[in-house]
Write a protein that binds this ligand. Sequence first.
Ligand code: GBH
Length: 504
Amino acid sequence: MSAEASMFQATDVVTQLNESPDYHASHVQELPLPSNFSWGTATAAYQIEGGADRGGKGKSIWDTFSHIEPSRTNGEHADVACDHYNRMPEDVDLMSTLDVDVYRFSLSWSRIIPLGGREDAISEEGIAFYDKLIDKLLEHDIEPVVTLYHWDLPQGLYDTYGGFLNTDEFRADFIHYARLCFSRFGSRVQKWVTFNEPYIISIFAHLNGTLAPGHCREQGTDTTTEPWRVGHTIILSHASVVQMYVSEFQSSQNGSISIVLNGHFYEPFDSQKQIDIDAAERRMVFYIGWFGDTIFLGQDYPIAMQEYLGVRLPKFTSEDLELLRQTAQFNAFYGMNHYSTKYARQLTDAPANDDWTSNIEEGPVNSAGVEIGPKSAQEWLRVAPEGFRKLLNWVWKRYRRPVIITENGCPCVGEEDLQVAINDTFRQRYFGLYLDAISRAIYEDGVDVMGYYAWSLMDNYEWAAGYGPRYGIVHVDYETLTRTPKGSAWYLRDTFKRRRVVLS
Ligand code: GBH
């Protein structure tokens, strides 16, 4: 441990966590973070707002999916969710109590343009909701970080042309929507995110079918090509919006813009086997490089993807490549959503014809039977802070862009019980360890990390898992809609007080 870090006394909560029998990983050390490091909380519109048909809001593909296919969303929808639409002032006050610097939220496109398209009417009532939210945040000195698209495509655009499957139509409508948002909110917003997690939109919504609109092999959609078309649409729409923001708004509004990419870190299933070592690296190239190389490096798709996917992968025209090349530098930060690490194993049998991994299997246990880390309330989410540190290094080395952790967190078992939620030591320890990993990445590895936004401000609608897993640092009672901060909310408030220092 570095000399600076020894200044940090273990607090009672940290001591308790380390003594807890639930844990067998390393200890929380509360290593230092830069004094200007910012912390915040994150949410997404469909997961918290409710008010599904209030203020003239149009339907999104999630309104449709959760009602027509309840078996795919744990039988639940988000018509009311946390009722943030009506309780927004209370929620901002709560964040203020927690001393957050930043609030990352998303705009519901169909609240602003009910049918979504560039010829469609806009809803002033919808715009007014976000105006009030932004003003209220600024009154409390909380910086709004705004995501334009967090998975809730206007149903109208899906009905008319299939949404992301029609690159030209989607791109034109997205540019129109983004321009409206910049012109209405941009004087008060300094950080914009175009898309949340393009990998998930492509693979989980257009191949595995777990997320809306639920395209998958069983439904007869073309899973060999659709996800790659969707990714193509996202990359080009993103680049066009960056170009438009820079040329029309940036000089007067002084903000910055980028995208949020998610991704696990991958370790080789058998660290003695070269094919597994290569598989772990290639898995990250297919997951993150797909969007990272095109957007942050302004290049064509990674060669490994072009070779493996062949004609399944759309081709960029020379104008497309020129746009990517010109806009790459304007992506001011790398928005990273990260939760966990997995093992990658190279398979040798022939893969399915819609394989998207280059024939790699991923899982939580390696060839020696060692688990990657303790389980959270979701099977895939294991506590693995070393992988996080390695991913920060991987991304920094490849893209050389300041990193913001735009989401990180976990659900604990049994948290519907308020007493369990308030005593969420598992989550507090997870946060503590992941923040230590950031400190090491900054001070020992030289990675530029600017901030950390916990997922999530409050328990909310966890997509296909409905109201099961609770990621909030604030507990929500879905019957009374009462909010109660969990131990981790106070832990984050206090740990950022203690950790942020000026190191000489
Ligand atoms: C984020 O997605 C979302 O941005 C946010 O809305 C969500 O609430 C939060 O995470 C918590 O889930 O096949 O092993 O990868 C994270 C993307 C997609 C990662 C589904 C986990 C399923 C298991 N997630 N995925 S796995």
